[in-house]
Design a protein around this ligand. Structure first.
Ligand code: ARG
Length: 285
């Protein structure tokens, strides 16, 4: 039979067979003063007890995991009276060694902005920007390849998106969050590789959902159960994806795509509305 008559019957090959991890540098803040003493998101209930030593043990396990995977972890000294400082992701956004500082929405966290910027200044980072508009660092700014996805709706002021685009010289795409339980972009969307993400569509406005479909038609979509256990507050090195262990559906989807999901237990920090990604600021030097 001539070749031209054959009809291809084989299923399309999987998009990628193997995944490669790249070494990362992270900034983390040990939760030595962690507590829930105020409530600025629906997860925080100051009447519920917090076990400080358990929080520190769970955080230490995450840090050790990063190091075992070959990543470098830098730390910043936690400050008294700043119980949320453990959530280093909120401290800044760093791309190409340039540091875009954070300016917090709530007065309880405002001192964290200068504390993180001092860390960068003391370590010789030259290009450090004190922001004009409210933005909560990588809580709302997620870097995908050479593009930045930017959350708004609860914390980061949409005017900050233009400020970040001007500072980094990279395209910034605004996305609006609608559900107060998913108040930061990194609670509803995770970056998996240079061009892949996973997200929870219900956390976004219809317009933002359609932007995400347009940009990432093959994205993994999280179930309400995955989202509710903070499964999207995940960190990928291109191969390993560290995420809350109870995000069972997401772990399956990740395996199907050739990633290696690694379940982490950070339940004590979840009492403040944070997990893996919130504890991790990526230093893209
Ligand atoms: N209690 C903190 C807040 O409400 C949690 C921050 C979590 N960080 C994050 N990157 N989502 O601001």
């Amino acid at each position: 039979m001539p070749l031209t008559d054959t009809i291809p019957t084989a299923a399309p090959a999987p998009r990628r067979s193997g995944r490669t991890a790249t070494r990362r540098r992270f900034l983390m803040c040990p939760p030595r003063h962690f507590d829930v003493t105020y409530s600025i998101n629906p997860w925080m209930d100051p009447t519920k007890p917090v076990d400080g030593s358990l929080a520190l043990a769970q955080w230490t396990e995450l840090r050790n995991l990063y190091e075992e995977l070959g990543h470098t972890v830098e730390t910043i000294e936690p400050e008294h009276g700043l119980p949320d400082m453990v959530f280093a992701a909120n401290g800044a956004t760093v791309v190409d060694g340039r540091v875009f500082g954070a300016r917090f929405r709530h007065v309880e966290r405002t001192s964290e902005g200068p504390a993180y910027l001092r860390w960068f200044a003391e370590r010789g980072y030259r290009d450090v920007h004190w922001p004009e508009h409210i933005n909560e660092g990588e809580g709302d700014y997620l870097v995908v390849g050479r593009r930045i996805l930017a959350g708004t709706g609860f914390r980061t002021d949409p005017r900050s998106h233009a400020e970040a685009q001007e500072f980094f010289g990279l395209p910034v795409t605004g996305l609006t969050l609608v559900n107060p339980e998913f108040y930061h972009l990194d609670t509803a969307l995770a970056v998996l590789s240079e061009d892949e993400i996973m997200y929870y569509p219900e956390a976004f406005t219809p317009g933002s959902r359609s932007v995400l479909r347009e940009l990432f038609p093959d994205a993994i979509q999280a179930t309400p159960e995955d989202a509710a256990v903070f499964g999207l507050n995940a960190l990928s090195d291109g191969r390993h994806v560290l995420l809350p262990d109870s995000a069972v559906h997401l772990k399956e989807r990740l395996r199907e795509r050739g990633f290696e999901p690694i379940g982490v237990d950070l339940t004590e920090l979840l009492k403040a509305g944070g997990s893996v990604k919130c504890c991790t600021l990526e230093l893209r030097d």
